[in-house]
Ligand binder design. Sequence first.
Ligand code: ADP
Length: 327
Amino acid sequence: MAQAVKPIETIGVLTSGGDAPGMNAAIRAVTRKALKNGMKVMGIDKGYQGLLAKEIRELTAKEVSDSIQRGGTILKTARSEEFRTEAGRKKAAGILGELGIDAIVVIGGDGSYRGALGLSHEGIGVVGLPGTIDLDIACTEYTIGFDTAVNTAMEAIDKIRDTSSSHERCSRVEVMGRAAGYIALWCGIASGAEEILLPERYDYNEQEIINHIIETRKLGKTHFLLVNAEGIGHSVSMARRIEAATGMETRATILGYMQRGGSPTCKDRVYASIMGAYAADLLHKGIINRVVGYQKGEFTDFDIDEALAMQKTIPDYYVEVATALAR
Ligand code: ADP
């Protein structure tokens, strides 16, 4: 475990990459716990891009008030090509050094962690907090925003299901997740979908899905729900093919960015608060280059390079259960 060479007096906090509900609860917790620990806190706007542009201001306890219930991120977020280069990260480390910022808390996904690891090589202490609606960070069973996103998507799917049932339609609903199928898997189980298509298991058979619809319609089933992750793609064209092959009216709905927004759920507010405070405590103890996670009912932390080397897979048993209960 890496230890800072001198006590950490000033920390920075930023949100980076895709935004996620609950990021504000994390920013608030980092800020207030660090202040309680006697540290000074600087808010860096717009992720690494804002860091390179010196969009940095001091955060007080008041500054983060009235934010825990808000979606999005009060610090804004962005992506930065310059920060991907070593020269960009050296420049960023120089800016942090000039402002007397010893370490930063990075709230974001895998990409943001890679950037943070690069920054740690330039002598800046980092702590990562898992902020992503996709749940695709290997070292943790919880990521900030996932709970809100799946509840938002589930509620939308329930509404689609009502109308699909009235009209005896087949609905195909695309949820977020380009490379990760957790949102689709959870929403699919929670909504009782007949089919759940995941990017991690690109082995579905379209003809088999069509045959299933034809067969079960003969037995009296009047509506169908297929949930797929964004990474599966061609939602609209597949819906058209299903309609042509089965004769059943089939509509595709792409839920899109609504899944990123909204007021965070209680779980996202509470877990993000604990993780944020945990990050401030690590830095207060001089512990750097770690990421905070949640495993087997406990909050914990890992070396950032160790965390980035872990592989996340979809749990087989979830898929088995989803399949067993769907039909
Ligand atoms: P997320 O953190 O949600 O996965 P991105 O992958 O877009 O989002 O990453 C956010 C930012 O982190 C990027 O715009 C870039 O500045 C930085 N970043 C991503 N990957 C790397 C990398 N391999 N090395 C250095 N910086 C990176």
